[in-house]
Write a protein that binds this ligand. Structure first.
Ligand SMILES: [Zn+2]
Length: 107
């Protein structure tokens, strides 16, 4: 397949699969990082992005209550120890990362 040159800098472009497995192949310039796509490719990228955002919203909706409940239980259980105590008690576990994430979100 003929590889086009970058419109901006003239470097031959690489063909990359958008989102690893979308089947949408885009031309990307390795030199200036420009990405070139025709109208139908742009439309397909937008459709994939919208579907991805919608699926993320579903995941958030499905788990946000559970996440809040889990964090609240953890906070209550370890309340006496204080936040640093909670982190120490949880260690470097998934629960620690969840607690840390929620704490950061709450500010
Ligand atoms: Zn370029």
């Amino acid at each position: 397949m003929q590889v086009a040159n970058c419109v901006d800098c003239g470097t031959p472009m690489q063909r990359v699969n958008y989102g690893y497995q979308s089947g949408i192949v885009l031309d990307r310039c390795a030199s200036c990082k420009g990405v070139w796509l025709d109208h139908s490719e742009l439309e397909r990228v937008q459709i994939i992005n919208e579907a991805w955002e919608a699926s993320q919203a579903d995941v958030t909706k499905e788990y946000s209550g559970l996440l809040q409940k889990t964090a609240q239980e953890a906070a209550e259980r370890f309340d006496a120890a204080g936040r640093e105590g909670v982190k120490a008690a949880l260690g470097k576990t998934a629960a620690y990362r969840l607690y840390d994430f929620i704490e950061r979100k709450e500010g």
